[in-house]
Design a protein around this ligand. Structure first.
Ligand code: FES
Length: 125
């Protein structure tokens, strides 16, 4: 059985979509054959000032992606790099054992988006 917070985030996911002029993009999975998560971030003064996600996945994956965006919003890039799968899981109040793997896309996609931002920055300098 899903925790109430999981159901709430699944029914009303936060920060869904893309950012037209994203500073960094991180994508995990393959949309043509399975679970896929794409995270867009906007960065201001080394902080995540906007974050959006698009996902192909089950209700648990949608809920975990939604709560991940709430965890990352406003954090410094270094703080956001510290967010791990377990933090996302705890923020949601846990998932049933067979669904724990569904929470494993978020942190990695977020980290990729930050690395993408840093790599773009490096290219500009
Ligand atoms: Fe594949 Fe949940 S994301 S079963």
């Amino acid at each position: 059985m899903y925790a109430e917070k999981v159901l709430e985030h699944f029914s009303n996911p936060r920060n869904v979509g893309t950012i037209a002029d994203a500073d960094g993009i991180g994508a995990i999975g393959d949309p043509s054959c399975g679970d896929y998560l794409c995270i867009n971030i906007k960065v201001k003064e080394e902080r995540i000032c906007d974050i959006k996600f698009q996902i192909y996945g089950c209700p648990a994956a949608i809920a975990t992606s939604s709560v991940l965006t709430e965890l990352a919003q406003g954090k410094s890039l270094d703080e956001a790099m510290q967010i791990e799968d377990l933090d996302v899981l705890e923020a949601l109040g846990g998932l049933p054992d067979p669904k724990v793997h569904c929470s494993n896309l978020g942190a990695e996609a977020l980290h990729q988006a930050i690395l993408d931002y840093r790599s773009r920055l490096k290219d500009k300098t």
